[in-house]
Design a protein around this ligand. Structure first.
Ligand SMILES: Cc1cc2nc3c(=O)[nH]c(=O)nc-3n(C[C@H](O)[C@H](O)[C@H](O)COP(=O)(O)OP(=O)(O)OC[C@H]3O[C@@H](n4cnc5c(N)ncnc54)[C@H](O)[C@@H]3O)c2cc1C
Ligand code: FES
Length: 269
């Protein structure tokens, strides 16, 4: 995405509500002159700063949903530190500063695959709500969502477009399959032997590296949505660079979606 399509400005909070233990959903309406959210693509993210003196730096968040009709977009976020704590306190009508959409969106050609699998771990599910809607509208695509969590209380009720039931796993067995989501993905893959599948995964690096390994062993194409600590989000500070098979890349500009086989997992896990 070229820099001149990046929008910068103040957004108004439309909705900010807790969806599960430690997880919030925030809908933001861009001002009229910035409201063409139809340019947002799955896999992209925005940088966001609550207008509060305690908030010193912007933070990146995946675009989880867009509404072209109301010119708004939605984030799912996990409370982990100062900025996300400030975000939980915002109420409808409050303003935040943002820039985006950032990074390269990635949409596979659905006609090439029998099924597209979206594998999210914890808050790594955030980009897949958007992916699910866009991919499910394409002809002949079966989109299957795998959603791994530690426990039931952390599971966000997902309002997904596709008809396929979400495959839920929890580490403690309190909901869905018991055990790591990667085990379930591996089992489904054995059952789907011979099908042409594309996997996109987002979540903790250790989980994504395991998904990448399972896919590599099965000869399945896999893309990962990486998260690194970011400052500018604009390919300027070089704080988010990683080594890849194709050289040094900025996660904020060249990613955050990368072919799994390009990633040097030993440097990230
Ligand atoms: C491209 C991208 C998309 C993201 N999308 C989402 C999303 O949709 N929802 C969501 O909840 N989070 C997302 N994140 C992570 C989110 O940006 C961090 O959780 C957030 O910056 C934490 O800010 P804070 O001030 O609350 O925490 P801080 O006080 O800055 O940090 C608290 C803890 O979180 C860790 N942390 C900080 N930044 C990151 C990061 N980027 N990745 C992992 N750990 C981090 C710190 O090391 C520290 O341990 C994304 C990150 C990237 C790079
Ligand atoms: S965050 Fe500054 S270059 Fe990527």
């Amino acid at each position: 995405m070229a820099k001149d399509t990046i929008q910068i400005g103040e957004c108004t909070v439309v909705l900010n509500q807790q969806k599960a233990q430690g997880i919030w959903e925030m809908e933001l309406k861009a001002p009229l002159y910035l409201s063409d959210v139809s340019a947002f693509m799955p896999g992209q993210f925005v940088c966001l700063v609550p207008l509060d003196p305690a908030s010193v730096m912007a933070r990146p968040f995946s675009i989880s949903k867009i509404s072209v009709f109301s010119g708004s977009f939605t984030l799912l976020y996990k409370l982990v530190g100062k900025n996300t704590e400030l975000m939980t306190k915002l109420i409808p009508g409050d303003k935040v500063y943002f820039w985006g959409p950032l990074g390269q969106g990635f949409l596979p050609k659905s006609s090439t695959y029998d099924e597209i699998w979206l594998v999210g771990g914890g808050i790594g599910i955030a980009p897949f709500v958007f992916y699910n809607e866009v991919m499910s509208k394409l002809p002949e695509s079966i989109v299957r969502v795998f959603y791994g969590n530690r426990t039931q209380a952390e599971i966000i009720p997902l309002d997904l477009y596709s008809k396929e039931p979400v495959v839920i796993t929890t580490d403690d067995g309190s909901a869905g399959y018991k055990g790591p989501v990667t085990d379930v993905v591996a089992n489904f893959m054995k059952a789907a032997m011979g099908d042409k599948i594309l996997v996109i995964t987002c979540g903790p690096n250790i989980m994504m590296s395991k998904v990448a390994e399972i896919c590599q062993q099965a000869g399945i194409e896999c893309y990962v949505i990486l998260e690194t600590i970011m400052a500018c989000g604009l390919n300027s500070c070089k704080g988010c660079t990683i080594n890849t098979e194709s050289g040094i890349k900025s996660v904020c500009h060249d990613g955050p979606v990368f072919p799994a086989k390009e990633v040097h997992w030993n440097e990230l896990v």
